[in-house]
Design a protein around this ligand. Structure first.
Ligand code: ADP
Ligand code: MG
Length: 614
């Protein structure tokens, strides 16, 4: 009885393997959709409930399975697609490990209904936790329907850490979109908790892109076609103007497989770089076709990493192709691509171009700094970056704040505000409000002060559902492509609490009829899109549920909104406005920090000044 080694039971081995293949409901969707495509389906319908946690169902009209195969397919390494190890390298079908169904069956309750066109009757197979529960002959449609219930029901640890339904759904949607783009010839639908998210007819790639990402994109899509010995490139590039600050649609496929390839992404980005303002991401849908023996498909479970034998050769081909395409369609009329330092062309963003006064001042200038001798006057960065995106605005002011925060200037925490002499308020550099207070001088950052005030207001509105709007004279029509509709719907009430009003009578569009009363002069479409983006990002990077989720959501929406509607730097203020701002600010309990923890007020004491002059 000295033996201690035991072979793991098949079901345990399957569970372990499943952990690699099926990390979340979205991975099951991917595998099941790929199987359907491999089975020659021209129509696939995906239904999920509760972010795929309670149900994932994929129905296809493909070639179906024989009653025997319907059982065998759940065995590990059961595949009709791979017969020798050599096949691994020349494989053209989507899945090829014969592991997906075995893995799914190991960690969920699965029901398979399938019928081949030539069979009169179909069959139904039920299997749960790798245990075959029943098989029966039934009347069924041609094709296959796989229903996966209660994923990870027998792996409690996994189930617990799955994250919110919203987060799961987001991953499902990404997988769905990735497959939808590479198979426009296939009719597809995605339904989540009874809501039809996508209903896509069969068509060409352009139609598929437009039906998911909206008509507006249509006119900025330029076809690209490059044919060389090593590689074939096809697909669409979007005009530089369609670039986005975040969440840009960037899709890159190799031999129809969606992959992430940072190296090639950089090649594309580098062509766009001189044509867009900093940090903007181009939109593209690119399909590369190469001989399979030049590609090393990393046979990892997620299969999104790929290596090419000759990446250095492909890089310039890709770059030249992208350049030529953009040049051909006059996306860049006057650019000389042979110049290494191509001229910077200002991109006009009608939606985002907010007119605000431009004030030049020297951001490095610091009257309190000992070593300020060498600072030369520098104009602010471009108007566009300055007023368009608060993050840049922040990075600028942060550097400055860090520079100035020597011991001279003390962040103000507790101050007796009754000593403030508001008759002596002044504005400095179009950025700060100065006000003497007792034996100190307070410097108040006007933009940050205003962020704090607006934040409080928005946050209150979000939690109390009390709102104030100003009606737009001309409602703005915002496109709401299928890919974004569900996100809009989930935060619509919150947006309405903030002060927006919407009308949704035309499918695919929403009319913005009013904006928050304190958000004058903002571009409504850009702002609403930005808020939707914030929400999407939040779902991607946290696992909160219930009250903490709402709290986090409100924080992000209120802060984003506050940053945009707050008084900008450069705005000249009257004495009355400054007084009002100071009074309002000091009424708040948290008057000295922005919601994200940046100082609003610095204090310079008379004592410190005297010391400096000695
Ligand atoms: P693989 O796709 O790598 O072969 P899977 O576990 O995903 O492995 O599927 C096992 C086998 O089951 C497939 O090779 C195929 O023969 C069969 N199969 C799976 N899904 C379908 C489907 N939707 N229609 C027809 N056959 C299918
Ligand atoms: Mg498969």
């Amino acid at each position: 009885m000295g033996n201690i080694i035991a072979v793991l039971p098949e079901s345990v081995a399957n569970q372990i393997a499943a952990g690699e293949v099926i990390q979340q409901p979205a991975s099951a969707i991917k595998e099941l959709m790929e199987n359907a495509i491999d089975a020659g389906a021209t129509r696939i319908d995906v239904t999920v409930k509760d972010g795929g946690r309670s149900l994932i169902q994929v129905s296809d009209n493909g070639k179906g399975m024989s009653p025997d195969d319907a059982v065998t397919c759940f065995e590990r390494h059961a595949t009709s697609k791979l017969h020798t190890a050599d096949d691994l390298f020349s494989i053209h079908t989507m899945g090829f490990r014969g592991e997906a169904l075995a893995s799914i069956a190991a960690i969920a309750q699965v029901e398979l209904i399938t019928r081949r066109p030539e069979d009169e009757l179909g069959c139904k197979v039920c299997i749960a936790g790798s245990k075959l529960e029943s098989t029966e002959k039934i009347v069924a449609e041609k094709g296959t329907r796989l229903s996966v219930r209660n994923i990870f029901f027998n792996v409690p640890a996994r189930r617990k850490f799955m994250g919110t339904a919203a987060k799961q759904f987001q991953a499902i949607r990404s997988e769905f979109i990735q497959i939808a783009l590479s198979h426009p010839e296939c009719q597809l639908s995605l339904t989540s908790d009874g809501i039809v998210v996508f209903q896509l007819t069969a068509g060409n790639l352009r139609q598929r892109i437009v039906s998911m990402f909206g008509e507006t994109l249509n006119k900025s899509l330029y076809p690209i076609e490059v044919e060389t010995d090593v590689i074939r490139i096809s697909g669409f590039l979007a005009d530089p103007q369609a670039s986005r600050k975040r969440n840009a649609e960037q899709y890159f496929y190799i031999n129809h497989r969606f992959i992430k390839h940072p190296y090639f992404r950089k090649a594309i980005q580098s062509v766009y770089e001189p044509l867009v303002s900093e940090g903007m991401q181009p939109v593209f849908f690119l399909f590369l076709q190469a001989d399979t023996d030049t590609i090393d498909v990393n046979i990892s479970p997620t299969k999104t990493e790929v290596k090419f034998e000759n990446e250095q050769i492909i890089w310039p081909i890709l770059q030249a192709g992208v350049r030529e395409c953009l040049g051909k369609y006059n996306a860049v009329p006057s650019i000389d691509f042979d110049q290494t330092n191509a001229p910077l062309i200002d991109v006009f963003h009608p939606e985002e171009d907010i007119k605000a006064p431009q004030v030049q001042y020297n951001p490095q200038y610091n009257p309190f700094k000992k070593t300020s001798g060498s600072t030369s006057f520098q104009p602010r960065p471009s108007f566009e970056t300055e007023f368009k995106e608060e993050s840049e605005l922040y990075s600028l002011s942060d550097e400055q704040a860090d520079d100035t925060q020597e011991e001279v200037l003390q962040p103000l925490f507790e101050e007796d505000t009754s000593k403030m002499d508001l008759s002596q308020v002044n504005q400095l550099f179009g950025r700060y409000i100065t006000v003497p207070s007792g034996d100190a001088l307070l410097l108040i950052d006007q933009h940050r002060a205003s962020i704090r005030l607006h934040y409080e207001l928005y946050n209150q509105r979000l939690s109390a559902h009390r709102t104030a709007s100003q009606t737009l004279l001309f409602p703005e029509e915002m496109e709401l492509p299928a890919a974004r509709k569900i996100d809009f719907d989930s935060i619509r009430t919150a947006l309405e609490d903030l002060g927006f009003c919407f009308e949704t009578s035309v499918p695919g569009w929403v009319s913005i009829t009013a904006i928050p009363d304190i958000a004058q002069g903002l571009a409504p479409i850009a702002v609403v899109n930005g808020l939707i983006d914030s929400y999407v990002e939040m779902n991607t990077d946290n696992h909160l549920q219930g009250a903490p989720f709402l709290q986090e959501r409100n924080y992000r929406l209120a802060l984003r909104m506050a940053r945009q509607s707050a008084l900008p730097y450069g705005q000249i203020l009257s004495k009355g406005e400054m007084t009002q701002l100071c009074q309002d600010l000091f009424q708040l309990e948290l008057h000295n920090l922005t919601p994200d923890g940046k100082h609003i007020i610095l204090s310079l004491s008379a004592e410190e000044l005297t010391r400096r002059f000695n």
